[in-house]
Structures are given as structure tokens and as C-alpha cells.
Design a protein around this ligand. Structure first.
Ligand SMILES: [Zn+2]
Length: 294
């Protein structure tokens, strides 16, 4: 079992420990459960979907990186496939707070990067902040997305974000998590560059059309893609580097052990991720940064 789960494991109910051990007990546990695995755990423990998601929150929160707040938040995104994706808040020392990732953003991006096409619910151990409510308002689940909190009657995003402003107000029809391929190409055989290009092609930028993607090569030899996720309110947009860092951290990688990073974006776009990406990478101790445009 990964060390980050050790302190919290003993606090889980014994029957949940038994049911989870075949999955979470492995060192390569990717902080997600397939629908089949979730079904098996629910049957063993007598849980429904929501009880299981709430019970998993302490494990999700154990994935937090909080050098500044030391305040750990966990989230579980349940896809329409039935898969469960862990999320946790992530902070980065040495860069502005605006670069912080919230647990809900983490769980949602985790699901999106692993190919989930729509979410049924998001469960979180603290009430979602305004930033996250707005971020979730961009999803193709719409106002019907279920929000679950421990010890509270579940409700929908529409309840948590009344009188919302979002993509529908701007005539956007293809929403966050809808599968897309923008079709950009680069002449290269470099696997990291091609991974970043693929991420850019699947990125979501309906307001600026400034599509971008990153790929990180960890010192563990694993590659982590990250797609840009734009927002109607602009500020809650999630940069592509953050998306890649989400996948790296949540799947057990070390964000302070990046061997090489690539950013791919459009050449003549209204905005660029280049300087922000480079400065965050520098704060994370990564100096091997390659930049490509299409
Ligand atoms: Zn938040």
C-alpha cells in the first residue's frame, strides 16, 4: 500500500478495509475504482453509491498536497460508467495561490483524463466553494449533477449554484467532458510531444479557442497528460499543467520529481500558457521544458 494511505487506513471501518484491500492494498493503486470494483465493495459492505463515496473521502483526502494550508479536502467523482475517481486539493509552494487545485477540480479532471464522458455525482467532505461551483457549472452534466456531502441531504448543482452564469448563456453547445478532437498535428516521433498534442486536441477552450495540452515525464518513467479546461467565468479555468499534475499526484507520482515537461498550444492564439507553465515547473524543480506550437 502507498505510504500516503497508511495513517488513514486504520481509521476506516473494518469491513471497508477488508473489501478495499484487494485494490487499495496494491502499491500501484491509481486512486480510482472501476464500476465492478465499486460494486463488489458495495455488496460486501451493504453500501449504496453515496455511502461508499462518503466512506472513501478520507482516503481521497490522503492524496492532498497542502504545504500552505495543511487543510486536506477529498472528493470522489462518480462517472456515468459507475467508476469512482478520487480527488484532493493540491497547493504549490513558491507560486501564487491562484495556481491551487481544489479537490472537486482534481476528481473531475482525473475522471476526464481517464476517458469518462459524463459525471453522475461529486461527493466532497466540505461544502464546495464558489470557485468549484462555477467550475462544475461547465460540465455536460449541467445543473442536474448530484452533489453529496457527509451528513447532509444530497442535492444538485442547480441547488448549490442558483441563478448561474455559464456556457449556456454564451451559446456554447459542446461542454466540458464532451469528447472532442480538434485535429491539430505536429511532425514528430517524440512520445511526450505527441502526448501533449493529443491532450491539446482534447482540451476545452470554447471562449478563447486557445487549445493547449501538456505532458509530464516523471522520474519514475511514467507519462502524465494534461488538458486545458476553460470556464465561462474565466478565472476558474484549469491550466493544462495543473491537469497533468492532478493525474501525476493522484495516481501516486511525485510532483517534485518531474524529469521533463512539454507544452503544446496554438501559435496565433489570444492567450498562452507558456510563461505560467514555465514558472510553476521551475518552482517544482523541473528545468527541462519544451514548447511546441501548431
Ligand atoms: Zn473549491
Amino acid at each position: 500500500m502507498q505510504a500516503r494511505f497508511h495513517p488513514i487506513w486504520v481509521q476506516l471501518p473494518a469491513k471497508l478495509q477488508d473489501a478495499l484491500l484487494p485494490y487499495a492494498g496494491n502499491n500501484d493503486f491509481p486512486a480510482m475504482l472501476t464500476a465492478e470494483q465499486a460494486e463488489s465493495i458495495k455488496n460486501s459492505c451493504g453500501f449504496d453509491d453515496n455511502t461508499l463515496a462518503v466512506a472513501l473521502l478520507p482516503l481521497a483526502a490522503a492524496c492532498s498536497l497542502t504545504p500552505i494550508s495543511h487543510f486536506n479536502v477529498g472528493a470522489i467523482a462518480r462517472g456515468e460508467s459507475g467508476n469512482l475517481y478520487f480527488g484532493a486539493n493540491m497547493e504549490f509552494a513558491g507560486v501564487p495561490l491562484q495556481q491551487t487545485i481544489h479537490a472537486e477540480q482534481c476528481a473531475i479532471t482525473h475522471a476526464w483524463l481517464l476517458g469518462e464522458k459524463k459525471l453522475a455525482s461529486v461527493t466532497v467532505n466540505y461544502s464546495p466553494c464558489g470557485h468549484c461551483r462555477q467550475f462544475m457549472n461547465e460540465l455536460n452534466s449541467g445543473a442536474q449533477l448530484e452533489i453529496h456531502l457527509p451528513k447532509q441531504v444530497h442535492s444538485t448543482l442547480g441547488h448549490y449554484l442558483p441563478d448561474s452564469f455559464g456556457p449556456n448563456d454564451l451559446g456554447i453547445k459542446t461542454l466540458l467532458m464532451d469528447p472532442v478532437n480538434h485535429g491539430y498535428k505536429l511532425e514528430t516521433t517524440d512520445k511526450l510531444v505527441l502526448t501533449a498534442l493529443d491532450a491539446a486536441n482534447q482540451s476545452y477552450a470554447p471562449y478563447s479557442n486557445s487549445y493547449s495540452g501538456t505532458a509530464l515525464l516523471g522520474k519514475d518513467g511514467k507519462i502524465y497528460p494534461g488538458r486545458y479546461a476553460e470556464n465561462a467565468a474565466f478565472n476558474p479555468s484549469l491550466p493544462p499543467l495543473q491537469a497533468a499534475l492532478i493525474l501525476m499526484n493522484i495516481s501516486g507520482g511525485d510532483c517534485l520529481a518531474i524529469d521533463r515537461a512539454v507544452l503544446v498550444e496554438g501559435k496565433h492564439c489570444d492567450l498562452s500558457q507558456r510563461s505560467a507553465t514555465q514558472s510553476i515547473l521551475a518552482a517544482l524543480g523541473c528545468s527541462k521544458f519544451d514548447y511546441y506550437t501548431f
